[in-house]
Design a protein around this ligand. Structure first.
Ligand code: G
Ligand code: G
Ligand code: MN
Ligand code: NA
Length: 253
């Protein structure tokens, strides 16, 4: 574990890559945004998945440097995307440790300025554990991100322990339904009920609702028919390097 931490430390500026996955309008499948996803390629061509290093980075504090690198790399990618004629926002995952222990607002504003990004060009994805841990501080940071034009998503929704009355008071824009509920939504009545409830909850709070993990046309159709705003998953596009994502956008147009 210690050796892995050392390797991560020296890999931050040289080895990590961002992949990007499209988030599409449910009605017609056109792209609405991209989500940035960390990848750590190895010499043998394999990848160490984020599930295996994010936790270690949080435990050792490396997440602060890695998170800063992700924000800057996402800003640079958004510049390239906009310059290629696709001014889609890019959503960045921010872990709870990073959310509470770094100056996120300054990091986002510095990166946006460095690459001359438009307002709204970057978004932040937070999880329930970030928001519920220190609610007052979370709310203040979210408000300051909002002042900079940054939209905020609640990721993996439905898997945590949110206090609904509290959530209502947070400046959220987007709710992402966790893929575990989307998996067999057209055939599993229990997941269908949960998705209907989460869609209704999100819309009653005035939020855009995104379904994650959409893999089949059946899931996409069910979600569109039930008023889901946007969809993300292997059906719409797998995470890929930016150049490939741009090539796909151009092939569809
Ligand atoms: O990309 P993949 O499905 O393997 O991601 C697995 C997990 O790692 C997801 O929970 C995702 O949110 C998280 N993850 C991916 N990229 C980042 C990142 O840049 N920062 C943080 N904090 N988490 C990330
Ligand atoms: O926790 P978060 O939502 O950030 O996790 C995103 C992860 O989900 C990424 O690692 C991505 O590779 C993965 N993912 C994206 N689309 C799909 C999908 O359609 N099916 C599955 N099983 N995983 C997906
Ligand atoms: Mn996410
Ligand atoms: Na998720």
């Amino acid at each position: 574990r210690l050796r892995l931490a050392g390797r991560i430390h020296s890999a931050i500026d040289s080895e990590f890559q961002l992949y990007f996955q499209p988030i599409c309008h449910a009605s017609d499948g056109t792209p609405a945004a991209l989500e940035a996803l960390l990848r750590w390629p190895q010499a043998d061509g394999s990848f160490i998945p984020p599930g295996e290093f994010i936790q270690l980075c949080e435990d050792t504090g490396l997440i602060l440097a890695l998170g800063r690198w992700v924000i800057r790399a996402a800003a640079q990618a958004q510049r390239q995307l906009a310059d290629a004629g696709w001014p889609l926002p890019i959503a960045v995952n921010v872990s709870a440790v990073q959310f509470f222990n770094s100056d996120l607002v300054a990091e986002f504003s510095r990166a946006s300025q460095e690459f001359g990004l438009a307002r709204g060009a970057l978004q932040v994805e937070l999880t329930e554990s970030s928001l519920m841990r220190k609610p007052a501080q979370a709310k203040q940071t979210m408000q300051r991100l909002h002042e900079q034009g940054i939209c905020i998503s609640l990721d993996d929704f439905g898997t945590g322990y949110s206090n609904m009355s509290y959530l209502q008071h947070l400046p959220l824009d987007i709710l992402k339904i966790d893929r575990s509920f989307v998996a067999d939504v057209e055939t599993n009545p229990r997941n269908a009920s949960i998705c209907r409830a989460l869609l209704s909850l999100g819309h009653s709070m005035g939020l855009t609702v995104i379904a994650e993990g959409v893999e089949t046309p059946g899931q996409h159709q069910w979600l569109a028919a039930h008023g889901c705003d946007q969809v993300q998953g292997f059906l719409l596009g797998r995470p890929a390097p930016l150049a490939q994502v741009i090539a796909r956008l151009e092939a569809v147009e």
